[in-house]
Write a protein that binds this ligand. Structure first.
Ligand SMILES: C[S@@+](CC[C@H](N)C(=O)[O-])C[C@H]1O[C@@H](n2cnc3c(N)ncnc32)[C@H](O)[C@@H]1O
Length: 218
């Protein structure tokens, strides 16, 4: 594992519960306001991803960098037949497995602790998603290529913008936390997709992130 991956894995292993709390509404108005301004994009991504994958009934989905599994549960609740979530932060996978049992979706959602792509020799899947993931990836074209090889129809990915008003504070936060952070210009995302052989896609501006819907079939 590279130094970058080691730092990212360590960060999210320790930060799992705090990150997952973004999805939890049981907090005071001030904390909710701060979450909305700083990380509202995290929840927006979830809503849009499910919308773009519909209909999910009977589909198989791979979620790369699944974190605590929130996207996977939504796919299962929309009728997916099988969802594989992979993440190299053990504490994220522990949370995901616990929630899957609580939500009674453990027969649909499988969670695997490991690094993508090595931890996923199986596939292809009907769709794959990687949300809030490329922020931590040193060689994004290699990962997009690996996702493409494992996907039949649709790939959804988010890329955080390099120029956006929240960037200076976000950079400072990650620097202090000792976690690498990678940000993207529009030109760079276009070039990554081209390098990875992805040439049909829709582009959605989500404020803090670019949101890509790639169409692979036909
Ligand atoms: C910010 S979290 C996003 C989690 C989830 N997608 C969400 O939006 O709720 C990014 C996750 O990617 C994982 N990750 C980063 N690089 C990875 C890799 N190469 N293989 C597996 N997991 C990785 C991290 O451990 C972290 O949990």
């Amino acid at each position: 594992m590279s130094t970058v991956d080691g730092k990212v894995q360590h960060h999210f292993h320790l930060d799992a519960s705090r990150f997952d709390a973004i999805y939890d509404d049981r907090k005071g108005p001030v904390a909710r306001f701060i979450d909305n301004v700083w990380r509202g994009v995290v929840r927006k991504r979830l809503q849009l991803t499910v919308e773009k994958l519909e209909p999910l009934t009977g589909r198989t989905v791979l979620d790369v960098g699944c974190g605590s599994g929130r996207f996977c549960f939504a796919y299962a609740q929309q009728g997916a037949a099988h969802v594989l979530g992979v993440d190299f932060a053990e504490a994220m996978i522990d949370l995901a497995k616990r929630y899957a049992t609580e939500l009674q979706v453990e027969n649909v959602c499988e969670f695997r602790a490991g690094r993508f792509p090595e931890a996923v020799p199986d596939g292809p899947f009907d769709a794959s998603t990687a949300m809030g993931f490329f922020d931590y990836i040193e060689d994004p074209a290699a990962i997009v290529r690996a996702m493409r090889e494992k996907t039949r129809h649709t790939m959804l990915m988010s890329f955080p913008k390099a120029y956006e008003w929240r960037v200076p504070i976000r950079r400072a936060r990650f620097l202090m936390a000792g976690c690498p952070l990678f940000l993207y210009t529009r030109k760079r995302v276009v070039s990554i997709l081209k390098d990875a052989g992805v040439d049909r896609y829709d582009w959605i501006d989500l404020g803090r992130d670019y949101f890509i819907v790639a169409h692979l079939e036909g």
